[in-house]
Design a protein around this ligand. Structure first.
Ligand code: SF4
Length: 252
């Protein structure tokens, strides 16, 4: 970590970054054109910083902001269906104070968790180029250095998984060779480092088709609690081992 580096400084840098001409053009075009249902809103239209608890034990690494989600609201996974699915699970599993994420200032607070992404500007078709991915990597490297209490990393999807390994190695730390194959629930404990617990990405493509269910995502975040030694989720979420279905009822 550079002397004097801070998450606040990084936040400002990310929001002003214009290093990827294609992504800058896209994020700004989307912000001007807007989706009809958000035509009265002012889109963020900039790089989206990470969000969460600076003392995080759990780090989530997604792919990139969604054009009408985080690119609109300015906060990771906020304002779209993926975020609805993700934060509902984080809430059930005790990592967030509320199940919804609609805008900055909605009161959402993460407890012991921090959410970031491999690429911080919305890419066309959710597909950054390898150059764009690599250009954005130093931000993740710096976040890893500034979040020393992280004990579990949950990559959300294979892109986030590979991005984590690249950033991890760019930090001068060793990664297993060959890298374990990505799959939902795959766990990779790192000697002297965090444990990686993989999850499928909560994209609509995955959640609408049932490839990723609430129970599957809850299982990942409950596993993260167990690894860091936290008591199981304070909210009453029951993952039925037989059916794999989540039944959610708030106990308090
Ligand atoms: S994707 Fe990353 S490196 Fe590229 S412009 Fe956005 S913040 Fe900068």
């Amino acid at each position: 970590m550079a002397d004097g580096d801070s998450l606040t400084a990084l936040e400002h840098e990310v929001s002003r970054c214009r290093a990827c001409p294609r992504l800058v053009a896209w994020r700004e075009q989307v912000a001007i054109e807007r989706r009809a249902s958000f035509r009265d809103e002012t889109y963020w239209g900039q790089g989206v910083p990470g969000f969460g608890d600076p003392e995080a034990q759990l780090l989530l690494v997604g792919l990139a902001p969604a054009a009408h989600g985080a690119n609109r609201t300015g906060r990771m996974f906020t304002g779209d269906r993926s975020g609805d699915f993700l934060y509902a699970s984080l809430h059930r599993c005790g990592w967030a104070n509320q199940p919804t994420a609609v805008s900055v200032g909605d009161g959402l607070v993460l407890h012991g968790a921090y959410v970031t992404a491999a690429v911080r500007c919305a890419p066309p078709a959710n597909t950054p180029t390898p150059d764009e991915r690599d250009r954005c990597q130093p931000f993740l490297v710096r976040e890893l250095a500034m979040l020393p209490t992280v004990r579990v990393v949950v990559p959300l999807g294979a892109f986030g998984y590979q991005a984590f390994w690249r950033a991890w190695e760019a930090s001068g730390r060793a990664a297993p060779r060959p890298r374990p194959r990505f799959g939902h629930g795959v766990e990779v404990p790192l000697a002297g480092g965090p444990t990686i617990v993989c999850s499928f990405h909560p994209s609509q493509q995955n959640t609408f088709t049932g490839r990723l269910t609430p129970a599957m995502l809850d299982a990942v975040f409950l596993r993260a609690r167990a690894i860091v030694g936290l008591p199981q989720a304070p909210m009453a979420t029951h993952v039925d081992a037989g059916t794999g279905e989540a039944a959610t009822g708030e106990a308090g």
